[in-house]
Design a protein around this ligand. Structure first.
Ligand SMILES: [Zn+2]
Length: 186
């Protein structure tokens, strides 16, 4: 988060230096930078590829997470195979929010997999789909997504730079795995 903000400030400095700008440049660029840092509202939208469900809503308003919004997010990110709903870690939501902001996009994340029950995870890992036995999906701390209009490679690169947790690129299945566990990438 701090790193991202610093980068924005650095590029802002560089740009304003190049343009030779003063107040005018600052007022033009600050709203964009602020929307990533801390405005009054954080928004997310999802399209669940397996169920066709859609969601688009602010989940954080004026410094607080919105319980009703989190409930709806937990619902759409449930284990669609068993219909089990578990809380999704809000840090994962902030990661998604910031990632989308950093990529300058506002289209919905296409969701391949959010929460996974132990039963589903066991089934997937034993069938050898590259699914870890102790997956963070089972803790509501991981999600597999793609973002239409942005290359997987860019999604991966930007998330790696943010250093919020684990980031994995799955080119064949066309998604990026994101989690709020230990910082690592593959
Ligand atoms: Zn995953």
């Amino acid at each position: 988060m701090i790193g991202l903000h610093d980068n924005l400030l650095k590029s802002f400095d560089r740009w304003s230096f190049l343009v030779g700008g003063g107040a005018l440049v600052a007022s033009a660029i600050l709203p964009a930078a602020a929307s990533i840092a801390a405005t009054g509202e954080r928004r997310l939208s999802f399209y669940q590829l397996h169920t066709g469900e859609k969601l688009d809503l602010p989940y954080w308003i004026e410094g607080a997470y919105v319980p009703e919004a989190l409930k709806e997010i937990n619902e759409i990110l449930r284990d669609f195979r068993t219909s089990e709903v578990r809380p999704i870690d809000v840090r994962l939501l902030d990661l998604l929010h910031n990632l989308r902001g950093a990529l300058g996009s506002d289209v919905p994340f296409h969701v391949i997999s959010g929460y996974r029950s132990p039963k589903t995870n066991e089934r997937l890992s034993s069938s050898g789909g590259g699914v870890a036995k102790r997956s963070l999906h089972m803790k509501g701390k991981a999600i597999d997504v793609r973002l239409p209009g942005r290359k997987l490679r860019d999604l991966h690169k930007t998330a790696v730079r943010m250093k919020w947790g684990g980031v994995g690129l799955y080119s064949k299945s066309r998604f990026v795995h994101l989690d709020v566990g230990r910082v690592r990438y593959w």
